[in-house]
Ligand binder design. Structure first.
Ligand SMILES: Cc1ncc(COP(=O)(O)O)c(C=O)c1O
Length: 354
């Protein structure tokens, strides 16, 4: 039977505890909320919805190219980053792929649709779940695709760009395509040390995945994109889905979002301060915190394996990570929210573990 495996399912949580109020720490969404300019753009666009959206997202792609400092020909937009993952896999039909373990579940879900064999690079607690140099040894000529989530979900650990360069070089040798998922990169301090962006034109085997979802707090609108200098892959991916996957409303929202420079600066400051606060508080409570360089914090609660259930009883939803490959019960991920909500979470944790 189908099982939903992600965070953010407030609908099931509300039903489960029979309450209309859930404080959701299980989806990692910008706590500043939807920028007002995006909301206005969406409302304004509703009048145009009797027509089809632009299948090439032309106006959005023009501003996105400027925002990403790349060429319009290197961009394909989709219905959220997940849509792009499924379309890429359908287009490329890899036979063998390498994934981090644990990592975001949709790579595997998409690969399963084309019966791809999956190899795992098992991240280890003793290395704080960070990717080590021996990752390169697992890149062999049999691999068609490698997925690197950077920062990784759920661990919040980063690969540096000199390391990524080694991965890309090895993948060129082995004729392997690399997808680097940077959906959370906009929350990271000093992204220039980690992002694969500067390699985009040098490596035709490189795909960078991004989304408006988390950084602009618009998971309900659905807008993601892939960057690559490989026109064949972009065309194949375009062919592997419908032409109107990005609605008129999503295109307008995206254009408006990209003008929100101050919002992005405020986001970074807020996340930096609140992440520090949560890490300190969780550590003081005896939890082991790992990595956590993005807008979420990954930790182990060896003593309270049912921490998520205890919190749900109090109307707070956190992400139990026990269903990730290579993780067992007792690992959790929480979103970094605003100070009031973060204080509420910490107070409730204290309440449920005494
Ligand atoms: C690492 C990562 N990539 C991609 C996605 C999918 O994002 P979207 O909602 O834009 O499809 C998620 C969603 O949680 C994610 O965590």
């Amino acid at each position: 039977m189908y099982q939903y495996v992600h965070g953010g399912d407030i609908y099931s949580a509300k039903k489960l505890i029979n309450s209309g109020e859930i404080l959701d720490f299980s989806a990692n969404i910008n706590p500043l909320g939807l920028p007002p300019a995006v909301k206005d753009a969406v409302i304004h666009q509703l009048d145009e919805c009797t027509g089809y959206p632009d299948p090439f997202c032309r106006e959005l792609v023009t501003v996105l190219a400027e925002y990403e400092n790349t060429q319009e020909e290197h961009i394909l937009c989709g219905n959220g980053a997940s849509d792009i993952i499924f379309r890429l896999v359908l287009a490329l039909r890899p036979k063998k792929a390498l994934l981090l373990a644990p990592t975001f579940a949709d790579y595997e879900k998409a690969l399963n649709t084309v019966h791809c064999e999956i190899n795992y690079y098992n991240l280890k607690a003793q290395n704080d779940f960070s990717v080590q140099h021996d990752f390169l040894d697992q890149i062999t000529a049999e691999l068609d695709m490698v997925f690197i989530c950077n920062p990784n979900n759920p661990t919040g650990q980063l690969c540096t760009n000199p390391f990524l360069k080694k991965v890309f070089d090895k993948c060129l040798e082995t004729d392997t395509i690399v997808l680097v998922d940077e959906c959370f990169m906009d929350f990271v301090d000093d992204p220039e040390n980690y992002s694969a962006q500067s390699y985009l034109c040098k490596y035709s085997n490189l795909l960078i995945l991004k989304a408006f979802t988390k950084i602009f707090a618009m998971p309900g609108i659905r807008l993601g994109y892939v960057l690559t200098s490989n026109p064949t892959i972009l065309d194949q991916t375009r062919l592997a889905g419908q032409d109107w996957s990005v609605s008129l409303v999503a295109q307008a929202a995206g254009k408006a979002a990209l003008t929100q420079i101050e919002y992005l600066e405020k986001t970074k400051l807020l996340i930096r301060a609140e992440r520090k606060f949560l890490i300190k508080e969780l550590s003081q409570l005896g939890f082991k915190v790992f990595g956590s360089k993005a807008n979420y914090v990954f930790f182990e609660s060896a003593k309270y394996l049912d921490l998520h259930q205890r919190l749900l009883g109090k109307g707070i939803l956190i992400r139990s990570c026990s269903n990730y490959v290579n993780l067992k019960s007792g690992y959790f991920r929480i979103a970094v929210k605003n100070h009031e909500d973060n204080c509420k979470l910490i107070a409730t944790i204290k309440d449920v573990i005494i």
